[in-house]
Design a protein around this ligand. Structure first.
Ligand SMILES: *[C@@H]1O[C@H](CO)[C@@H](O)[C@H](O)[C@H]1NC(C)=O
Ligand SMILES: *[C@@H]1O[C@H](CO)[C@@H](O)[C@H](O)[C@H]1NC(C)=O
Length: 345
């Protein structure tokens, strides 16, 4: 009997510990909250959903006062972007940056933690000349209010790279290189990461056949000690596409910047329908493995022993996105029930 009790207590203890560890993971991983849908729940329900499923971090694109108001007084950390349409004016107009800051940042100081202000969402190449001036203006405004913990960054995707493969040869597109050098120097000086938009799903679904990318390589299921590496790049051994892509950026950063700039994943995910390889069970597998991988502290073959922060796209399906799988990255139905078991609890 006593032995039984002991086992029961030990088991309870282990369950409690594992839930602490699992919950601890949520410090590094949040959800992207896309809003390109006409049937999405109201923001107050979204806050309830985050609290119910222990989603501790949220990132959305364009800030919206109705949404921001709902996060007042919560423990949920929030990130948002300066939208591309405002960046060109803001780059040469300090007043415009100040107005934006006074509207979207100042009212919420002390109300919730702002993790990142993302100056431009995949606008390099494109607005590359305009990003750094806006970053600097915002940083000055943050500094003037002693808000050094808010990090300024920008988000780029693979289109910012000229060379992606093999990872060690990763390099920025020569057309964006000079601007990226300035941006990276700024990020390094502030201790901010570069934010990436990365989709191993796309690598699998769109180039898997030509580039020999298996489902296991894309979803991290080839990532076991016993399995041989799938790609060997010099002395770097790869067992998942994610590391392969991230290290292409690490190589590009190392070539463009003398200092060490970390990487954060602004968006990644796996669709549940709409194209080849989409489905709820693969979405669960990918997202859970992604979360466990970046929070394991293992880093990547090129930069081992680091934690990586990330956001999983998306809370909900977005029916106003372009047709196809883009509409189906949601983890939750619009009635806030999970499409597949939540990876956050
Ligand atoms: C700067 O931006 C403000 C606010 O967006 C606008 O009213 C003003 O006309 C702009 N100034 C110039 C010189 O473009
Ligand atoms: C494709 O990758 C597998 C390992 O995942 C490897 O065994 C095979 O040789 C590769 N094929 C080609 C054509 O590279």
């Amino acid at each position: 009997m006593a032995k039984h009790n002991f086992h029961a207590i030990a088991l309870l203890f282990m369950v409690a510990m594992s839930s602490i560890v699992a919950r601890g993971n949520n410090i590094f991983v949040g959800a992207y909250y896309g809003s390109e849908g006409n049937n999405l729940p109201p923001p107050w329900k979204v806050v309830q959903l985050c609290e119910k499923y222990n989603i501790r971090r949220i990132r959305f694109n364009e800030p919206n006062l109705d949404i921001l108001e709902q996060f007042r007084g919560t423990n949920i950390e929030v990130s948002f972007s300066v939208p591309g349409e405002l960046i060109i004016n803001q780059a040469t107009n300090q007043t415009a940056v100040e107005e934006w800051f006074v509207k979207y940042v100042v009212p919420f100081i002390g109300e919730f933690t702002i993790n990142y202000i993302v100056v431009g969402d995949k606008v390099i190449p494109g607005l590359d000349d305009n990003i750094l001036p806006v970053m600097r203006s915002l940083q000055d405004l943050l500094n003037s209010r002693y808000l050094g913990q808010v990090k300024i960054t920008t988000m780029v995707g693979l289109t910012a790279l000229g060379v992606q493969s093999p990872p060690s040869s990763g390099a920025f597109d020569p057309n964006v290189l000079e601007n990226m050098k300035g941006i990276l120097k700024f990020l390094w000086g502030q201790g901010s990461p570069l934010m990436l938009s990365l989709y191993p799903y796309d690598a699998y679904a769109y180039t898997g056949y030509t580039n020999n990318i298996s489902l296991g390589y894309a979803t991290f299921t080839s990532q076991t000690e016993q399995n041989p590496p799938i790609r060997i790049d010099g002395n770097l051994y790869y067992k998942n596409v994610f590391d392969d892509m991230v290290d292409a950026f690490h190589a590009a950063i190392d070539k463009a910047c003398a200092g060490d700039v970390a990487i954060a994943i602004g968006e990644t995910g796996w669709p549940t329908e709409g194209n080849y390889g989409a489905g709820p069970s693969l979405a669960l597998t990918y997202n859970l493995n992604f979360k466990n991988h970046i929070t394991s502290g293992k880093g990547t073959p090129m930069k081992p022993n680091i934690y990586i922060e990330g956001f999983i796209r998306s809370l909900f399906n977005e029916n106003e996105k372009p047709e196809g799988e883009s509409q189906f990255y949601g983890m939750f139905h619009v009635d806030s029930t999970p499409i597949y078991p939540s990876v956050f609890d």
